[in-house]
Design a protein around this ligand. Structure first.
Ligand code: G3P
Ligand code: CA
Length: 297
C-alpha cells in the first residue's frame, strides 16, 4: 500500500515537473477560460439585462443580455407583501410600470398584472418594440427557471434592512435550484450589496458564495476599508467616475476584483481596461464584448 502511494506521488510530481505554468493551470483547473473569478478575465455584466436596448429586469432585456455575450446577468431584488422575491431596481413600481406604490404593499399576483415595458417604449421611442409592452414583472424563481442552465447570476440584495426575510428567501431559492453549495461552478452566482451586514450574514450561512461589496463614494475606498472588505468579499463594485489609475492599482493590490458600474461608453470601457479593472456593469453588453475582443486580437 505504502509502495503504491509512493508510486502515485512520484507520477504526480513527474507530471507537474514537466508542465509549463499554463499546463499547471489546466491540471488544477485554474485556467482563465473556466474560472469565472479569475483576475485575468474581464467580465461583461449585463446591468439589469441589456437595459440600454430593452426594459430593465424583463425577459426581453435578460434574453438580449445573454445573446449579446454577457458573462453575467445582473439582478436587483425587492420583496412583495407575501414575501416573494421579485427583480426590480426601485422599491416602488412608479418608474418601471404604469402603476404606483411600494413593492412591499403588493402581492405577487397583483404585481404580475402590471405592464413592465410600455414606459420604455415611451421614454426611448428609437428602441421601442411592441413586445416590450407585453413584459411582466418577474419573480426571481421565474428568472432562474428560464436562465438557470445557461446564465451566470450577479444578484443584488437591495435595501435588505427593509426586508428582514430577503436573505433567507434568496438562499432558499438558490439552494433549491442547486445553484449554490459545494461542487458547484465557482462564480455561477455572485451576490452583491451596498449592505455589508447583508453580505456578512450570507457569508456566515453560505461561505462558498462569492460576495461583492458595493461602494457609492470615494471616501469608502480608503485602505483600511478595503482591507476589511477583503476579509469577506472577493471584490468591490464602484461608480466608475470615482476611479483613476492609481486607485485601481490600490484596489487590485489588495487582491480584490474590481467591477465598476455603470459603464456605457466604449471610450470609458477602454480607459478602465487600461487601468486594470476585472469586469464592468453595462447597459450595453455588446459594446464591452467588442472592446474586449478588440483587445484580445
Ligand atoms: O449593482 C451595481 C450597480 O447596479 C449598483 O447600482 O443602483 O444600478 O443597482 P444600481
Ligand atoms: Ca444593481
Amino acid at each position: 500500500m505504502q509502495a503504491l502511494r509512493l508510486l502515485l506521488l512520484f507520477i504526480f510530481i513527474s507530471m507537474i515537473a514537466g508542465c509549463s505554468s499554463n499546463q499547471i493551470e489546466k491540471v488544477f483547473n485554474l485556467n482563465t477560460e473556466n474560472n469565472l473569478l479569475s483576475p485575468d478575465r474581464l467580465l461583461v455584466i449585463a446591468h439589469r439585462g441589456a437595459s440600454g436596448y430593452a426594459p430593465e429586469h424583463t425577459i426581453s432585456s435578460y434574453k438580449l443580455g445573454e445573446s449579446l455575450g454577457a458573462d453575467y446577468i445582473e439582478i436587483d431584488l425587492q420583496m412583495t407583501a407575501d414575501q416573494e422575491l421579485i427583480v426590480m431596481h426601485d422599491s416602488d413600481v412608479n418608474r418601471t410600470t404604469d402603476e404606483k406604490g411600494s413593492v412591499k404593499e403588493y402581492y405577487l399576483t397583483q404585481l404580475k398584472t402590471f405592464d413592465a415595458g410600455s414606459w420604455f417604449n415611451r421614454k426611448y421611442p428609437g428602441e421601442a418594440q411592441t413586445v416590450f409592452s407585453e413584459q411582466k414583472i418577474l419573480s426571481l424563481k421565474e428568472i432562474i427557471d428560464e436562465f438557470g442552465k445557461d446564465a451566470n447570476f450577479y444578484i443584488e440584495t437591495k435595501t435588505p434592512e427593509v426586508y428582514p426575510k430577503m436573505v433567507d428567501e434568496l438562499l432558499k431559492i438558490l439552494e433549491k435550484a442547486h445553484l449554490i453549495g459545494t461542487g458547484k461552478l465557482k462564480g455561477k452566482v455572485i451576490i452583491q450589496s451596498f449592505s455589508s451586514k447583508s453580505l456578512l450574514s450570507i457569508k456566515k450561512r453560505e461561505p462558498s458564495i462569492p460576495l461583492v461589496q458595493l461602494i457609492d463614494e470615494e471616501a469608502k475606498l480608503h485602505p483600511k476599508n478595503l482591507r476589511d472588505i477583503s476579509e469577506y468579499a472577493i471584490g468591490i463594485g464602484v461608480p466608475f467616475e470615482i476611479l483613476d489609475r492609481e486607485k485601481v492599482k490600490q484596489i487590485r493590490r489588495k487582491g480584490l476584483l474590481l467591477h465598476p458600474y455603470t459603464v456605457n461608453k466604449k471610450e470609458d470601457m477602454e480607459t478602465l481596461m487600461d487601468w486594470g479593472v476585472t469586469g464592468m456593469f453595462t447597459n450595453y453588453p455588446d459594446r464591452l464584448v467588442e472592446v474586449r475582443e478588440e483587445r484580445n486580437n
